[in-house]
Write a protein that binds this ligand. Structure first.
Ligand SMILES: Nc1ncnc2c1ncn2[C@@H]1O[C@H](COP(=O)(O)OP(=O)(O)OP(=O)(O)O)[C@@H](O)[C@H]1O
Ligand SMILES: [Mg+2]
Length: 369
């Protein structure tokens, strides 16, 4: 069903993006590291899951956002727990052949195997901490023996920045030595993801290694209308063209918000304003998470507010911040703050002016931040 909130896994529920799917498939066959990039809610996770499912690709899918939302916080422990979960899913899918993989994992430090249910549990405590690279080496060996090309997906990797694991090194090692594993990374905070990978830094382990990129963009106006009309038709909901067009006018071609609107509409939330409000509250949480992790929370908040209120020129934004703080702010420091907000995908610079990346985000900042 098109109007469903879970990430899509089948082509029949996945509107358009045929080209991106094909591109991802081509890169999967020919590249070692792939990034799937695009603004929030444009369907990155759905693209990856649909690809893995439709092409029957063996994979380990790690949801890094889930790691960062874990009750243990972003930590080695929460990462290892998510990694265990993903590994067990992989093992379950390969039930027939998994015995061999479990065999490879025997006697590996920090790995406990329960043969009765064919599942593993990875240890995170300092005393018996598992070594992620060793697990990947075993996985690669298994993949090699079985003639598989396993996709290791790290969805929203930038969320794991605070963890004490050198992902750049881990990915570079996989790139160079584990040739039956393909790494797929996704990120809505594109700049932060690339900062984390330090691809342009000659001292980075990933420097000089080719990274294939799949970019997902927003839908055009016509596509947005078509998506909603199809979605409503599929569930037999009679909706006027006017309702659809009003929604499309404010939802900026972002698949996730269009679907969100359609889903709410068929579940009784009929006014666009209400839907925008629920969506905005969710987005505000995402911004807050970013802010509480940064050292300049107050300043970022002030910048976002100023831009959301329509002060879009560099000098206007800076002035708002200076009035708030009562002191002059150094240009260089100020530019760093702007740059970081762009990298995190909250603001964009268009024709020399700053703006919030979409309507839902603007409302989130104005009302709930
Ligand atoms: N091509 C598509 N056709 C139909 N629905 C889609 C499509 N892509 C995404 N969706 C829907 O949009 C919403 C967001 O999708 P998804 O989680 O895949 O996006 P995302 O870019 O990974 O989002 P985030 O930035 O939050 O990680 C979900 O409800 C999903 O079902
Ligand atoms: Mg996603």
């Amino acid at each position: 069903m098109l109007l469903d909130l879970a990430p899509k896994r089948c082509k029949k529920d996945f509107y358009n993006f045929e080209e991106e799917l094909k591109q991802l498939h081509k890169f999967y066959l020919s590249s070692r590291v792939i990034t799937v990039l695009g603004p929030r809610r444009v369907g990155k996770t759905s693209l990856i899951l649909t690809f893995l499912n439709e092409w029957n690709v063996p994979h380990i899918f790690i949801d890094c956002r889930r790691v960062s939302l874990s009750s243990y916080g972003v930590s080695f422990r929460s990462f290892v727990e998510e990694f265990s979960r993903a590994l067990n899913e992989f093992i379950s899918r390969y039930r027939g052949r998994a015995g061999k993989f479990l065999e490879y994992l025997r006697n590996v430090r920090g790995v406990e195997i329960d043969l009765t249910v064919a599942q593993v549990s990875l240890k995170w405590s300092r005393r018996e901490r598992v070594d992620i690279i060793t697990i990947l080496e075993k996985l690669n060996r298994f993949a090699y023996e079985e003639g598989l090309r396993v996709a290791l997906v790290l969805d929203e990797l930038q969320e794991l920045q605070p963890i004490n694991i050198d992902f750049t090194k881990l990915i570079a090692y996989t790139y160079d030595h584990l040739t039956n594993i393909v790494v797929i990374l996704s990120g809505s905070q594109v700049g932060l993801l690339y900062d984390m990978l330090r691809v342009d830094d000659p001292t980075s382990p990933l420097y000089g290694r080719a990274i294939a990129e799949v970019r997902i963009n927003r839908l055009s106006r016509e596509e947005s209308v078509d998506l909603l009309l199809r979605g409503f038709k599929e569930v037999g909901e009679d909706v006027s063209k006017e309702v659809v067009e009003n929604a499309v006018n404010v939802l900026d071609g972002i698949v996730g918000w269009l679907i969100y609107f359609g889903w709410n509409y068929i579940h009784g939330v009929k006014t666009l304003d209400e839907v925008l409000d629920i969506a905005a509250r969710q987005e505000a949480e995402e911004v807050k998470r970013f802010l509480t992790r940064s050292r300049s929370e107050r300043r970022y908040r002030a910048i976002l507010k100023a831009i959301a209120e329509g002060r879009c020129r560099w000098s206007e934004v800076k002035k708002s911040l200076e009035i708030l703080e009562g002191v002059e702010i150094d240009d260089k420091n100020f530019n760093e703050l702007l740059k970081k907000l762009i990298k995190a995908g909250f603001i964009e610079k268009v024709n020399g002016e700053y703006r919030i990346s979409d309507t839902v985000m603007t409302r989130a900042i104005l009302k709930y931040l």
